[in-house]
Ligand binder design. Sequence first.
Ligand code: ADP
Ligand code: MG
Length: 662
Amino acid sequence: MPLISLRGISKHYGGDDGTPRAEVLHDIDLEIDAGEFVAIVGASGSGKSTLMHILGCMDRPSSGQYLFNGEDVATLDSDQLAALRREAFGFVFQAYHLIPTESARENVEVPALYAGMNETSRQTRATELLQRLGLEDHLDNRPSQLSGGQQQRVSIARALINGGQVILADEPTGALDSETGEEVMDLLTDLAAKGHTVILITHDYKLAARSQRVIEIQDGRMVGDRRELRQGMRCNEGMRCKTETASRRRGDDSSPRPTYNHHSAQLREELRDACRAAWRVLLINRARTLLTLLGIIIGVASVVIMLAVGEGAKRAVMAQLNALGPNMLHVGPTSPKTGGPRGVITDGDIAAIAQLPEVRRVMAVVRDMALVRYGAVSHNYRVLAATEVMPEINRWPLAQGRFYTSEENRNVAPVVVLGQLAYRRFFPDNTDPLGQQILINEAPYEIIGVLSEKGAESGFSDHDRRLYVPRRTGMVRLFPARRNESYLVVEVVSSDLVQQAEQRLEALLLERHGREDFWLNNAAARHQAMLATRNNMTLMLALIAAISLLVGGIGVMNVMLMTVRERVREIGIRIATGAHQRDILRQFITEAALVSLLGGAIGATLSLVIIAVLALVGVPVALSLSALLGAVICAVVVGVVFGLMPARQAARLDPVVALAGE
Ligand code: ADP
Ligand code: MG
């Protein structure tokens, strides 16, 4: 059975889609046996390359049948064709077609990578082949660092790495000077002698004459098929060929059998290779990469920063709200707008308010500044004369001693409870203050307790600079002039009843006083409104940030489209050497993902730095890890989604067109 058998193969381009029909190959019948060294010769434009593409399963004939090893190639799907190209064929092109970003050795490894050969096998084989071809000193050179002859030898090594049962060489010496061309021809002759089937395509009859069989093509038709004239002279070599073919079939290959990966291992290695390739492309196009990255960096950083600042602001408001109490109302006397004397909140008012069903507790307070003296130290402090519910209503426990009782309030007892900072000023040595007499406006008061530190929790340290005396003590003894200025702190049963309580309270006082001689302050409602605006603002800023992330994604798509266009040739090479469509897809998606991951990581780092700086200058920020991770993941997703279209474009390229492309 012949290795290759073409029956009535024709190929035409165009015709169906309105383009002019170009008949390129007509009714080619051809059989090639394993181990033959065949030259296909013809003038330029006669259809040789087209024939080679069909032979190499890179292109399908318009009609006719192609049997490879007895199997009809037309019945194979694209994956099987990729496998056949990879395992049976090795291509050598006039233009070498090496991947410019990869080293000589990596170029040789490409077909083995797609064949799933594991890394060590791949590297040893590639190194060995390159050594055999005299390139041991150039393993790590890029194609641009190699001469034409060296590049062609690299491409021959690449053709051989998976075995290279059939070497298809299209004008392999076309771009070389005659001496280097000779060397390449010697190599091919040598390969033929070693049992490879070599199909040499050339327009040069002299070169063709070096093979055993010359097939001549003119205008797409086979016009000659003759065994070499110098048969006698070649015969001995031919004999040697036969024996060598036999020995090769027994496996004289000196290198150890390559080992192949399991599917998952192969996937891993291909991904790693794709990452490496992507990384190099990014490095080579540094400026462009940077600009693309910038879009994503700004996107990710702004998302994270906006969220952190928004959340920080929200937490600050929440903290204030909690410090004030989320369900507190304040009521106090004032001069009515309509004129007349200033209002007074009476004990009767207090009792009536306390009766409201929405109200849990009422604290009446009178306050003023007073000179406080203990020993040699004296200082002005704000003294609050409040009812005994103060610690409960403000959720403010004592650090030492006790708070005054309602009885002490009623009895106008001269007792005082100190705030933390006041205590520390008068008792810097932490001595026991309880039972000591302290002078307030020159009258003695007994210290019965010290409040815990409030500022630590709420951020309002001025709370800790207060002193508390019983309400009636304040009104009667300390500042009788202010006795009518009690204001009330009203604790509502729950924070969602604050609005309702406010209305009830207002109605009640209006009814009792007959005029509006009081103020009502709903701090909680104000804070809640503030919180809502902050939330909206955060949402809006995050939205803007997300849009910038999207714009970054569009940048990725743009760059990927450019990359695909620039690397059409590389894609062609990869497909010709056996890459599946999905390998190409994977590679370009990996590139997109890598750019966006890199951008995301840099953006996240940048945002951390900026957030740290903001925190240092005192802007309230709250960094959330989920926002950070979320933004990076979003960036990668955006990159992949926007990279998908260009990647599909790349994967769908026709290898023949791609190889011809610039
Ligand atoms: P050779 O390799 O012998 O120089 P080719 O096989 O490259 O010739 O091309 C043979 C003929 O087919 C040429 O006339 C060329 O213009 C034509 N041809 C090749 N590819 C295409 C194509 N994709 N569309 C239309 N015509 C094509
Ligand atoms: Mg050609």
